[in-house]
Each structure stands twice: as C-alpha cells, then as structure tokens.
Design a protein around this ligand. Structure first.
Ligand code: FRU
Length: 541
C-alpha cells in the first residue's frame, strides 16, 4: 500500500514485517549489542509471541538473526514473553523470561546460550527443568510476568530478581532469591506496592550514581547511589518511574518523594513509549534504555501496511544532579553517526504570533537542536491573571491556545500550508505569586489528515533552572518524533501519520504563539541518514 509506505521509519529499529512489542534481554557480548524483541511472525497484530533477535555494533545499524526462542514447550506454547538478561561475573549469560503455558498460566523460565564463544549467540537452550517459578499462592495466574535482570544480595552470595504483579488494584513487586537461577525463595513482603496502580508489567530496577556521570552495573549499591524503580502500567499503557533508596536487608525500596511514587508521578516519556527496559553496557560504562513505540492508528491500517511498532532510539539514563529529582534521558551518542549536512539559524527573533520556515534537505529525517530565550522585560512584567496552575498539555488546547508566555517551539512534519504539522513547544505559566512553571508539549491535533489515527496533546512540566535557556532536541523519522527538553528531563515520543507532510514535502518551522513575549531562537539541524537494518547471510560475518 503506497499510501502507507512512507510512514516506515529510516533509522529506528523495526522488523522487516509484522508485529513487534517489548524489547527483551538487551546485552553486550563480544563486540555486539544484542536486542531481542516480542515478535509475531504471522501478522501485524499481537498474537503468539516469538523472540526476534538482532545484533548491532553501534546500536544503530542492525542485522536480523534467526529467532532466538519460539513457543515450543508446554510452558511457553502460548507465547515466549518478556524477559531480561543477567551477565554473571564469570561471563555466563542467564536469560529469564515469562512463558504463557498451554493453560494460560504465567510462569518464569530459564534459558541460556548454547555456545558462549559465539559472538552472535545464535542458539538458545531452554532449561530442562522449566518452568523455574509459578505464581505463588494469592497471586493470579495472569498477574505474574516479566522478570528483571538479577542483582547480587548484600552478602554477594545470592542473586535477586523482581517480578511485577498486582493484588486487587495495588501494583506490587515480588522479590526472589536464587543461587543457580533454577530454584528460588520468595522474600517476605514486597519490595514496593502502590495502591490504585493495577498490574505492574515489565518492572525495571537499577542503580544510578548521584555523583558520577557513568552508568552503574545492576548490583551496585551504597551511599552515592539511588535506585530507579519503573513499572509499566497495564491499565494506562505508560511507563512510570520514581527515584528512591533501596534497603536490601529489609527488602524495601522507599521513594524519595511519596507524592511522586511509581505509577502516580514521573513518566519516562509522555507520549507513546511502553514496556521499556534498561541494561548496563559494560562496553561503554553506561545504562541504556529501550522502549516500545506503539502504533496509534487502527489495526486494519497496520495489517494493510504490514508492520506495527518500532523501538525507540536507545537512550542513556543518568541521575539529574542539578535538580536531584529526576533522571535524564538522551539518545545514545552513536545516533550522531547518522548526521550529515547541517544548517544553522542563529538569533531568530520571533515576535508574538509569528512563524518562521526553516529550509532543510531531508525534512522527514532530522536531528534538531533548538534553544529559546524570552524577552526578560516582558517576562518580568507578565502575570497570568487567572493564575494558570491548571495548565496541562493534554487538556489545554494544544499549540493553538495562546497564552502570554507561550507556546513557542518548533513545528515538524508540517506541510506547505500547515494543514498538517506537529508542534513541539514550551508553554510557561506564571501565577500572581510570580512563580513560573514550564510545560513541554507535543501537539498531534493537526499531525495528520487521516481519520482513523489518535490525535492528542502530550506533555508535562519540565524543570527549567535559573540561567538555563529553554532547550529541546527532536529526532524526526517520518512518523516518529522523539523530543527531549532541558537535556532529557522531560521526554515525549510522538507517533504521527502525516499524509501530505511526507518525505521531501515536509517542512520545519519555528513559531511563537505567545501574545506577550518575544522569543529569540537558535537552531541547528542535521540531515539524518538511513540506518542499515537487514538480514545478512550469516556465513559472511
Ligand atoms: C507488555 C507485555 C508483557 C508481556 C508481553 C507479552 O507489553 O504485555 O507484560 O510479557 O507484553 O507480549
């Protein structure tokens, strides 16, 4: 279907055909990054899931490999579901995943590479004693899935994993201890529980350094470490995280701020980004986050176009030492290999209600870095009368709604007349007390003329500290826009389906739709190349 073909992305990872969901078991081994993924080989909608497998030297260019694991045992015949890898100190690799059994019970299974000296890890062996864990008493057979990467117990003699579940409407994380990954003891209580959050899918749990900029291996703990706990909420299909402190003796994780607890506070991404997973990249001492970007069109259209979903550009994750209250996500530096010609526009003055077209060669494949300064005098003198504490990206009318101090930003994937376009913008509110708050939003309301696609406004608050400009970075890839504000404090992934703003016909604009302030913008944009993602004859590797 030619109408839909241009939506295919150029540098995001996706299978050649059919359905993909969660990233699974990412790891680095003998020079290769491995990505496994939930895959339906039969159709562009979810079904009986197999583990797809691809490898990369740089997290950008990929080779599809044969399936790593297929549903072929009683304990995973309805699906080889999400799992995580652990690399043991002696180099062994342990894979734990959820099997959906012949009678639809979620159980945990163990697998390992047949041959560790194979850099491609082509052959996987399922342990003969599988399953290694079944739902414990009191836990529903369909509420027990997605084991994490393991970390070492305080004595260093046992491994621990956590698995998400729920009790009534309370989301919980169960913790198990094991020596050999074959037999397990459940620890008393839960590592954490949050009422009202429902089933916790794809729990992730890892340390971040509060002093260093490098990432940490999963077992690190101590006074200069905080722990991120993340749950993917089945009920609203968003990934929520919180920062806190892990007490391994009590088997408890305590949030720094109970009002920003898991599932009720911060999200990794305010757009389409789900079932994510991190891994520690021992090659470059960083922690890398992958997330599944879902479709927001109809299943019929997905079947027509023959594929569904992409993975996000992998992001490094670090603690934000400036705010102390959030993480920072940033596209891995390797994505910059795809940059070619750049154009730069410095000091573009944008008066209230103005728009400024930017000329670029490859408007559907871009890396955009932009910063904005607002006219101080106007800003100081301005107070929103009806103190706009109630502003929120999703409910405040998008980029067409003019306030005194916003919106301003960029419009990507727009056409010549702006009958289509996706504004990515800042919106500042300032109440009578003079306190300013900045929101970072992505407005999809006019992103597509197609009828059957979701069109919403995404976004949330973003901390902007004294002396900082308003800064954003957007990776544009045909039908995906991943946007990072203030160095990655707030992130929004948009899945959009332009019909006119496609390929070379797309346009980029700067805009300022505020009524009161002028904005000075500086922007640099790179044309982005196309990643090489394909099947490669194995005998040529
Ligand atoms: C999350 C999820 C996981 C499960 C997998 C099945 O998207 O529902 O909880 O393991 O997908 O494909």
């Amino acid at each position: 279907n030619a109408m839909l073909s241009w939506q295919r992305t150029a540098y995001h990872f996706q299978p050649e055909h059919n359905w993909m969901n969660d990233p699974n078991g990412p790891l680095f081994h003998k020079g290769w990054y491995h990505l496994f993924y939930q895959y339906n080989p039969d159709s562009a909608v979810w079904g009986t899931i197999t583990w797809g497998h691809a490898v990369s030297k740089d997290l950008i260019h990929w080779l599809y490999l044969p399936f790593a694991m297929v549903p072929d045992h009683w304990y995973d015949i309805k699906g080889v579901w999400t799992g995580s890898a652990t690399i043991l100190p002696d180099g062994q690799i342990v894979m734990l995943y959820t099997g959906d059994t012949y009678d639809v019970v979620q159980v945990q299974c163990l697998a390992y590479p047949a041959n560790l000296s194979d850099p491609l890890l082509l052959d996987w062996v399922k342990y003969s004693g599988n399953p290694v864990l079944v739902p414990p008493p009191g836990i529903g057979p369909k509420d027990f899935r997605d084991p994490t990467t393991a970390w070492l117990s305080p004595d260093g003699d046992k491994w621990r994993i956590t698995i998400g579940s729920k009790l009534n409407k309370t989301g919980i994380s169960l913790v198990y201890e094991t020596v050999d990954f074959k037999t397990y003891d459940m620890l008393d209580g839960y590592m954490h529980a949050v009422p009202g959050t429902g089933m916790w899918e794809c729990v992730d749990f890892y340390p971040v350094s509060i002093k260093e900029v490098n990432g940490l291996d999963t077992s690190v703990n101590g006074p200069s470490v905080k722990h991120v706990l993340k749950a993917s909420l089945d009920d609203d299909k968003n990934d929520y995280y919180a920062l806190g402190v892990y007490d391994p003796i009590e088997n408890k994780w305590i949030p720094d701020d109970p009002e920003l607890d898991v599932g009720i506070g911060l999200r990794y991404d305010y757009g389409k980004f789900y079932a994510s997973k991190t891994f520690y990249d021992q090659n470059k001492q960083r922690r890398i986050l992958w997330g599944w970007i879902r479709e927001t069109d109809s299943e019929d259209d997905d079947i027509l176009k023959g594929w569904a979903s992409v993975q996000s550009i992998p992001r490094t994750v670090v603690f934000d030492q400036k705010t102390g209250s959030n993480i920072l996500q940033w596209p891995v530096s390797e994505v910059e290999e795809l940059r070619s010609e750049s154009v730069e526009f410095g000091n573009v003055k944008l008066g209230p209600g103005s728009i400024f077209p930017l000329k670029v060669d490859t408007p559907s494949q871009l890396d955009i870095v932009a910063s904005f300064e607002i006219d101080e005098d106007a800003f100081e003198g301005t107070v929103e009368v009806d103190a706009d504490a109630s502003y929120s990206c999703p409910t405040s009318g998008g980029a067409a709604n003019r306030g005194k101090l916003g919106p301003f930003g960029v419009i990507v994937l727009g056409d010549k007349t702006l009958s289509e376009g996706t504004p990515i913008y800042f919106y500042i509110t300032k109440g009578a007390n003079g306190k300013a708050e900045t929101h970072f939003c992505a407005d999809e309301l006019r992103s597509s003329l197609a009828p059957d696609v979701e069109k919403v406004v995404y976004g949330s608050k973003v901390p902007v500290l004294d002396g900082e400009k308003y800064s954003l970075r957007s990776l544009v890839d045909h039908s995906i826009v991943e946007s990072f504000a203030q160095g990655g404090r707030t992130v929004i992934t948009s899945r959009v389906y332009p019909t006119k703003a496609v390929d070379g016909a797309a346009r980029v604009y700067l805009f300022n739709n505020a009524t009161k302030v002028s904005v000075t913008a500086s922007v640099k944009m790179w044309n982005m190349g196309t990643a090489d993602i394909r099947t490669f004859p194995l005998n040529e590797l």
